[in-house]
Design a protein around this ligand. Structure first.
Ligand SMILES: Nc1ncnc2c1ncn2[C@@H]1O[C@H](COP(=O)(O)OP(=O)(O)OP(=O)(O)O)[C@@H](O)[C@H]1O
Ligand SMILES: [Mg+2]
Length: 219
């Protein structure tokens, strides 16, 4: 099979849900496993660029990119050099996010447990589906319950509402833990429980056969 990178994009219309943290953690965890990883940071805030500046992660490159019309060209140019290209987007419905969705093989929508987050996730899911349903190969789209508090009514209500609406939610949740806040200062992966939850999140994506790098490794 010709090696071209899998394109994974984080989108969520509701800001602050954890897109940049999720992309950074996924990038560091996959590069730990030997994947060659590129992050394209399309958010003017450049959170992933800043995170990467704190600490060198081997096998990982990060490029800021803010020109909507050339994001496909950038991917075309770079995809043969990487196993995975992770794209971070801004927390609003932008033209850049539309391009990134169109270019993706897998779309991850992080969502907290609040009604605003869940409504943002549902709208983002609908938007991503509408944009890609006539693609020859429509991308997978998954909602990830991120920055949630296990065992709370908020979490069970959020899960129930997603399931009732038939929205695809990943089985692993990523809890609200201070370790995640620390990585904007330290770079790399978080420590302790937060690191464990990143590994579980990665394992859940692998189990669902969502990550081509591991599928190729196993073949
Ligand atoms: N699992 C978590 N537990 C605790 N804090 C978290 C978690 N994930 C992210 N955070 C914190 O929440 C804040 C928002 O996260 P992040 O910047 O990743 O969201 P975002 O969706 O990229 O936001 P924006 O829409 O502004 O781009 C940050 O301060 C981050 O450190
Ligand atoms: Mg962000």
């Amino acid at each position: 099979m010709k090696k071209t990178a899998q394109i994974i994009t984080a989108v969520q219309q509701k800001g602050g849900a954890g897109k940049s943290t999720m992309i950074s953690c996924l990038a560091a965890a996959m590069s730990d496993d030997g994947a060659k990883v590129l992050i394209i940071d399309t958010d003017p805030q450049e959170s992933c660029v800043e995170w990467a500046e704190q600490n060198e992660v081997s096998n990982l490159d990060v490029v800021p990119h803010h020109k909507e019309d050339s994001v496909f060209d950038l991917i075309d140019k770079l995809e043969s050099r990487y196993d995975v290209i992770l794209v971070d987007t801004a927390g609003y419905d932008s033209r850049m996010a539309t391009y990134a969705i169109q270019a993706s093989d897998l779309i991850l929508i992080p969502s907290g447990g609040s009604k605003k987050d869940i409504m943002g996730a549902a709208r983002t899911w609908l938007h991503a589906n509408n944009l890609t349903k006539r693609n020859r190969e429509a991308p997978e789209v998954k909602i990830v319950l991120w920055k949630v508090k296990p065992g709370t009514n908020v979490l069970s209500n959020a899960k129930e509402s997603l399931e009732k609406s038939g929205l695809p939610v990943l089985s692993a949740i990523v809890p609200n833990l201070t370790g995640f806040d620390e990585i904007s200062w330290t770079g790399g992966l978080p420590d302790g429980k937060a690191r464990q939850s990143v590994k579980q999140f990665l394992a859940s994506l692998q189990l669902g056969k969502h990550l081509q790098f591991y599928e190729r490794k196993a073949a």
